[in-house]
Design a protein. Structure first.
Length: 248
């Protein structure tokens, strides 16, 4: 009982006489990854390449004290993943090369606990709505046959451009957010420049497609064993900057 009373007094002391609401906007430039173990284990047929995306949105927050706050964001987000792969061409010493890309557009709602103010640490959860998914694939040449998974590969050398693959993804996902940053005074106790580093990871499986545009159920190109590790988990981390206005 004494511990409960002491904790309650400590919380009241922290929050007493202090509250501050703020609004703002932000932009972030990120390194983006669609984490999928089936793709990562495939070998030269599916290699990921460095990819980048961004988000922008609005900020609303409330500081209960000068060290503890809660912040909600609404961000329009673009996640890009580029791929490069090649197949063996039988009877000749050549390879069939292709490039592909997948762009995922989401609406994200991070809810964050903020510790500190002029310099802060943040962590929390994120709810992500999948709005659009677009796939592209282009082969470097005109190929007739190649070998993939030790099977002659005839039928899918057609290029793909801006194919809507939204239906292969789940409609939403949940994840975690962690970051840190600083708020620099532009107008004392009013307008601040926000700058920070933030990492977002969608923990729930969004399913989707791999580098060749296949879902986890396409046999034989995705085996039953591979389908069990076929999970798409977006990871995006980078620098963000914005302006916030404090209402005193």
């Amino acid at each position: 009982m004494k511990k409960i009373v002491l904790i309650s007094l400590f919380i009241c002391f922290i929050f007493k006489g202090y509250s501050q609401f703020y609004l703002g906007g932000q932009f972030a430039y990120n390194s983006t990854w669609l984490m999928n173990d089936q793709v990562f284990a495939e070998g030269p047929e599916m290699d990921v390449e460095a990819s980048f995306g961004n988000y922008y949105g609005v900020i609303a927050g409330y500081y209960f004290s000068d060290i503890v706050g809660l912040e909600l964001n609404m961000n329009i987000n673009k996640i890009s993943q580029k791929y490069r792969g090649d197949f063996n061409i039988p009877f000749v010493d050549e390879r069939a090369y292709y490039n592909s890309s997948l762009v995922l557009n989401t609406m994200d709602f991070p809810l964050l606990l903020k510790l500190g103010k002029s310099v802060y640490f943040e962590f929390g959860g994120i709810f992500s709505l999948v709005n659009q998914a677009t796939y592209n694939k282009k082969f470097d040449g005109n190929y007739v046959i190649a070998v993939y998974k030790d099977i002659p590969f005839y039928t899918d050398f057609a290029n793909r451009e801006n194919v809507d693959v939204k239906e292969t993804f789940k409609d939403f996902g949940f994840g975690a957010v962690i970051g840190f940053g600083t708020n620099i005074n532009l107008i004392e106790d009013a307008l601040k420049f926000n700058f920070g580093l933030r990492c977002n990871f969608i923990i729930s499986d969004l399913e989707g497609i791999n580098a060749l545009g296949y879902t986890k159920d396409v046999r034989p190109w995705v085996s039953e064993k591979e389908s069990k590790v076929f999970k798409t988990n977006p990871l995006y981390l980078g620098l963000k900057a914005g302006l916030i206005y404090e209402f005193n």
